[in-house]
Design a protein around this ligand. Structure first.
Ligand SMILES: [Zn+2]
Length: 120
């Protein structure tokens, strides 16, 4: 891969990294005991005083946040791995078979870690 293409993909990855981190902050917070881990925001839950409907809503939104958070966390790790791969020089090669990943695929998803054949 030429450096111009990689630079372009790197910028796309860094932009997405910022976006995903921003979204993560809107639904969760970094686990104080493990900075690598994100946890969903409890969302102002007050079980003792809140009325039962509100508690149900709150639990629902907490569960929803947990789902969104999981997806975002996976994406964040993919982006970080791709950026790391650029440093170590493995970027753009399939993590399963080691063959170069189609540049069109990388353009569509700069964090792709596998060729089309080995895509999940
Ligand atoms: Zn492959």
């Amino acid at each position: 891969m030429d450096t111009t293409t990689q630079k372009k993909l790197q910028q796309a990855l860094e932009a997405e990294l910022k976006k995903v981190e921003g979204e993560l902050r809107s639904v969760g917070r970094v686990n104080p005991t493990n900075p690598k881990d994100w946890e969903a925001m409890p969302d102002k839950m007050d079980i003792i005083t809140a009325d039962p409907n509100e508690v149900a809503d709150s639990i629902e939104s907490y569960e929803e946040n947990t789902g969104i958070l999981k997806q975002l966390e996976i994406r964040l790790n993919e982006i970080k791995a791709a950026l790391e791969g650029m440093k170590t020089g493995i970027y753009g090669t399939c993590s399963v078979c080691g063959k170069p990943i189609d540049p069109k695929r990388l353009e569509a998803n700069p964090a792709a870690a596998t060729c089309i054949e080995h895509a999940r």
